[in-house]
Design a protein around this ligand. Structure first.
Ligand code: ZN
Length: 308
């Protein structure tokens, strides 16, 4: 009896510890109007909204204007997201790589302003910019100039902490569903959830080694079929494992997302960049597997799910 009680206490302590973990959800590159199997663009957006609202979760959508928001049919999904209480923020017009020397500062600034004009009248509008490819500046002058420009506009950087390449799985899933319309979805869900969970744990452990405490995580997902199918399962998984799902604004209010003057420049996860700047080991990230590995696992699943 005593031993059972001790075990129970230990369990409560462990779960109590785990429940301190928090994650916020962000979805990039939408609203995407590309045609895919299984769902129409509108069905995909409606499904994403349903996954979030039915679970009381607020996400931030980083809009890339030329994926659809510049067309009349792209205003509908944007309006539906905002009306459902979701947040919309800036991810430029054409998704240029700011680090590329051929991307001129003035052109990039114009992209930020044009995207802002498209999204600013929605109730869910928030002044956050997410750099395409999570790249913030190839050299110091250009980086300082864009930081000054954003400050002047009242913009903050929409950092990512969990950088996970969900789009690689999405690409294989779309290809698999094209060749097999009665595709069995369960193995794709398992592959995806397992992939995200390993990444979340790796970045949680990196955050603790940088800050010596839990840091609210910001998960990078995309406005794609994969999340139209499984975003609800993603939220349920985090909750079942003791994490709470918080709003992106709450996550961004943490000091781990106010690092701009102290880190040289962003390239990928803000935690990874911060660790590099401080000389903290990136060893915790080795556990999660590489982009190549997840691509291979998803490709293998596609091959095995082809109709005989
Ligand atoms: Zn993007």
């Amino acid at each position: 009896m005593k031993r059972t009680l001790a075990f129970f206490t230990l369990l409560v302590l462990l779960t109590g510890h785990a429940s301190a973990q928090r994650v916020a959800i962000t979805l990039d590159d939408g609203p995407m109007l590309e045609r895919t199997p299984l769902m129409s663009p509108r069905e995909r957006n409606d499904a994403i909204v349903r996954h979030l609202t039915s679970r009381g979760v607020q996400a931030m959508f980083f809009v890339t204007v030329n994926r659809g928001a510049d067309r009349p049919e792209g205003r509908q999904p944007l309006g539906a997201l905002s009306q459902a209480g979701q947040l919309v923020a800036n991810h430029t017009v054409t998704h240029p790589d700011f680090n590329d020397p051929s991307t001129r500062l003035e052109d990039f600034e114009a992209e930020v302003d044009t995207c802002d004009a498209v999204i600013r009248d929605y109730a869910g509008y928030r002044r956050f910019l997410r750099f395409p490819y999570l790249r913030e500046g190839a050299q110091d002058t250009k980086r300082d100039a864009i930081r000054a420009f954003l400050r002047e506009r009242g913009y903050r950087i929409g950092y990512v902490s969990i950088d996970d390449s969900d789009w690689l799985i999405d690409e294989e899933l779309v290809a698999a569903a094209k060749s097999n319309p009665s595709l069995e979805l369960a193995p794709w869900r398992s592959l995806y959830l397992d992939h995200l969970w390993r990444h979340a744990q790796a970045y949680d452990s990196l955050a603790r080694s940088i800050y010596g405490r839990e840091v609210p995580q910001v998960l990078l997902l995309h406005h794609r079929l994969l999340n139209a199918l499984f975003l609800g399962d993603v939220i349920d998984m985090f909750r079942a494992r003791g994490w709470s799902v918080i709003s992106p604004e709450e996550a961004f209010s943490d000091g781990a997302y106010k690092v701009a003057p102290r880190i040289p420049r962003l390239d990928g996860s803000v935690l990874e960049t911060t660790a590099q700047a401080l000389g903290v080991s990136l060893a915790p990230l080795r556990e999660m597997g590489s982009e190549r590995q997840v691509g291979e696992a998803a490709a293998a699943l596609r091959r095995s799910s082809q109709q005989p």
